[in-house]
Design a protein around this ligand. Structure first.
Ligand code: ADP
Ligand code: MG
Length: 247
């Protein structure tokens, strides 16, 4: 494996006093693409939210190391500055804030200050990959965006913010075939341009089509119950999770 970027050891997480993650282990190398599959309610989003440091997720034991540092010691904004990014299953609408302001401010906060002109130029370039009209930059963040447009806006952030590790939580769910392909192309572009690592939580193979997958992890009942290569995705799509839940 290439150099480790993320190491999760025996992670236990409680939400509202209920134990959701029960000893989860995961290691991701620099620039690698990992996939997480698992039945609904298994704790996949909980893992993503815990990595991002959302306050409802209480880590009761275990350790998370990101780029050699203790991630659990860092606040959410610090995690983002270190290069952690998450694209959400249900992106929120933010009236009054333009997409361009939102992404430019985020770039700024991560230490990549750009003039408005340079920002718009760079964004328009990336929007070509996503088949997105640059006019969207002037729209309020996610307000009135279709499901597909919201997801594209998330991938645009990914392309502009250039994180070291991107967590994509069901970014492909609810999208039509063409939108999934576009999102997949965007993710591939991120991987090629930035060489960043990916943790993709998904139920379908379509987002993976243009990507080289290094490892697949099956999460059930709060921990990893199986690991394998890309063929595991196909196997699960054929036979389901039953065997792993019982195991
Ligand atoms: P998955 O993403 O694998 O479908 P989640 O991590 O979203 O599963 O959820 C795992 C369990 O934790 C579910 O029972 C869910 O209701 C609960 N849970 C997750 N986040 C929260 C939250 N913020 N508040 C209350 N319960 C939560
Ligand atoms: Mg989820």
């Amino acid at each position: 494996m290439s150099q480790e970027i993320l190491k999760v050891e025996n992670l236990c997480v409680k939400v509202l006093d209920k134990e959701i993650l029960k000893g989860l282990d995961l290691v991701i190398g620099e620039g690698e693409t990992h996939v997480i599959m698992g039945p609904n309610g298994a704790g996949k989003s909980t893992l993503g939210n815990t990595l991002m440091g959302k306050s409802e997720y209480e880590v009761t034991s275990g350790k998370i190391t990101f780029l050699g540092e203790d991630l659990l010691e860092m606040k959410t904004d610090e995690r983002a500055r270190k290069g952690l990014f998450m694209s959400f299953q249900n992106p929120i609408e933010v009236p009054g804030v333009r997409l361009s302001e939102f992404i430019r401010n985020s770039c700024d906060a991560l230490g990549n200050k750009m003039s408005l002109w340079n920002f718009k130029k760079a964004a328009a370039e990336q929007m070509k990959v996503l088949n997105m009209d640059p006019k969207y930059l002037d729209r309020e963040l996610n307000v009135g965006f279709s499901g597909g447009e919201k997801k594209k806006a998330e991938i645009l952030q990914l392309l502009m913010l250039k994180p070291r590790l991107a967590i994509l939580d069901e970014t492909d769910s609810g999208l039509d075939v063409d939108a999934v392909r576009t999102v997949s192309e965007g993710v591939k572009a991120y991987h090629e341009q930035v060489g960043g690592a990916l943790l993709i939580i998904t139920h379908s193979t379509r987002i993976l089509e243009s990507l080289k997958v290094d490892k697949v992890h099956v999460v059930a009942d709060g921990h990893v119950v199986a690991e394998g290569d890309r063929s595991l995705v196909d196997e699960i799509n054929e036979s389901g999770f039953e065997k792993y839940i019982k195991a």
